[in-house]
Design a protein around this ligand. Structure first.
Ligand code: URP
Ligand code: ZN
Ligand code: ZN
Length: 467
């Protein structure tokens, strides 16, 4: 099957040029001048010609932080690999990197094998895995090496959630030392969970049980403290460090300080920290429970700092931390915010939200939009240049994006398996129009043309560490 996408503006992290994209099978074989003889003859014989006049043609999005079909929390995550990845395709994200996790008795390879088997044949977009690490012992670093060989080259550790996922500084250091040897990347949930749990207990004892106290009790100072400590541990271990879901100006200052010292310290933020804030957690009638995630939504003034960090490359990646729970599941925490399951649904909207906040609202460039949503996660997580760009030889994961197609986000129209939208009514200027997954047209306007199983598992390389 050959396809020519003609007349569009091809946007990568570097360029924005009028060019035609030529696809043979699953691969891009040319990005050529629209008036060239090469383009005319290819398009003349192609099986399919897509007119992208007036559109941007961008590399498929890569969401490097999702939790699909996970059971680790007080309630099961609602999006399955099937529903979550179809929603992902609708949103122009053609690759996800999901978090494999451990159940009570499992060792690291068991958790990975189970999650891999659960996903097999179910995904509508390509997928890889990070591994969530807890219960570190002498065997864990050896297991880590085994997983790197299976294409799992990043490991999430938790300074939060004592008694559940938490690792102490010694356990973290041991894994960082191993990462320094095997080239993998330690991803850190940086919040001082021990201190936070004391403050949460005190709040509940006072009768402060509403969702907003989830935000108030998780101070950004304790996020910054954990980032600082994680940086120190990684510096001693000689390993790179990637902070996941960074939410506050305080934490960002620590990342900036580390990068200014030349350390390989990286960070992602998420759309929820750029578009939602502590006031959402304070919505009346328990509605704030829909906005519970950790780290929590912050007071609005943090947002401009995060946008600046994205502009200056102090933040490299935007991922969603997609982890949806429905309204009924949120009720578990009616009388105590500590029992509300943590996580928000955003996977489907990342590309459009980030286009809106970055490009349409003039904060960050068009190229940088592509970079933080696709190219940087591809480089960070060993997928580049197969993914994350449009170049001869790269996978034909492509989004035809209409920059002038106003619409509103809503639970009525989204495809994520959750009965509300945290972004209900929000107005978007640009819209995903068509999506190709390795040369197959899977989204055409409102129509899904793919099927579960289109997505394949990607054995990832190690990080390029050069961002
Ligand atoms: O609230 C969140 N972020 N839930 C998902 C688990 C995690 O810590 O990433
Ligand atoms: Zn986390
Ligand atoms: Zn997460």
């Amino acid at each position: 099957m050959t396809i020519a996408i003609t007349g569009g503006t091809v946007v990568t992290a570097i360029d924005a040029v009028l060019a035609d994209v030529l696809i043979d099978g699953e691969i891009v074989i040319g990005v050529v001048h629209p008036d060239s003889e090469l383009s005319r003859s290819f398009a003349g014989n192609a099986d399919q010609v897509i007119d992208a006049t007036g559109m941007y043609v961008v590399p498929g999005g890569i969401d490097a932080h999702t939790h699909l079909q996970a059971t680790g929390q007080i309630a099961p995550v609602l999006d399955t690999f099937e529903t979550g990845t179809i929603a992902s395709a609708f949103g122009g994200t053609t690759t996800i990197i999901d978090f494999a996790y451990l159940t009570d008795e499992e060792r690291l390879p068991d958790g990975f094998e189970r999650h891999l088997a659960t996903a097999a044949g179910e995904c509508a977009v390509d997928y890889g895995f990070h591994m969530m690490v807890s219960r570190v012992d002498g065997q864990s670093p050896i297991e880590m090496d085994l997983l790197v060989n299976e294409g799992v080259s990043s490991f999430k550790m938790f300074m939060a959630y004592p008694g559940r996922l938490y690792s102490d500084d010694g356990q973290i250091l041991r894994m960082m030392q191993q990462a320094a040897k095997n080239g993998s990347l330690i991803q850190m949930h940086a919040e001082n969970g021990i201190a936070i749990d004391v403050i949460r207990g005190q709040a509940v004892d006072r009768g402060d049980v509403d969702p907003v106290f989830h935000g108030i009790t998780r101070s950004p100072i304790l996020e910054a403290e954990a980032v600082h400590r994680a940086v120190a541990l990684s510096e001693v271990a000689g390993s790179p460090l990637y902070i996941v879901h960074l939410s506050s100006a305080n934490a960002l200052e620590e990342v900036i300080a580390a990068r200014d010292r030349g350390l390989n310290v990286f960070a992602e933020t998420c759309p929820q920290y750029l578009f939602l804030d502590l006031d959402d957690l304070d919505r009346p009638d328990f509605q704030g429970a829909k906005f519970v995630c950790s780290p929590p939504l912050r007071p609005k003034e943090h947002q401009e700092h995060l946008w600046r960090g994205l502009r200056t490359n102090d933040l490299q990646v935007v991922a969603t931390d997609h982890c949806p729970f429905c309204w009924d599941q949120r009720q578990i925490g009616r009388d105590d915010f500590r029992n509300i399951p943590n996580g928000l649904p955003t996977l489907e909207h990342r590309m459009e939200l980030m286009y809106q906040g970055a490009v349409a609202e003039d904060r960050v460039s068009l190229n940088r939009w592509v970079e933080m949503c696709s190219t940087a996660p591809a480089k960070m997580f060993g997928l580049y240049p197969k993914k994350g760009t449009i170049a001869p030889g790269s996978d034909a994961d492509l989004v035809v994006f209409n920059p002038n197609s106003p619409h509103n986000l809503s639970a009525e129209t989204h495809h994520m398996n959750v009965d509300y939208s945290c972004y209900e009514g929000m107005e978007m200027t640009g819209q995903v129009s068509k999506v190709f997954l390795r040369g197959k047209l899977v989204i055409d306007g409102v129509d899904y043309l793919g099927r579960k199983g289109d997505g394949t598992y990607i054995k990832r390389d190690v990080s390029s560490n050069l961002l």
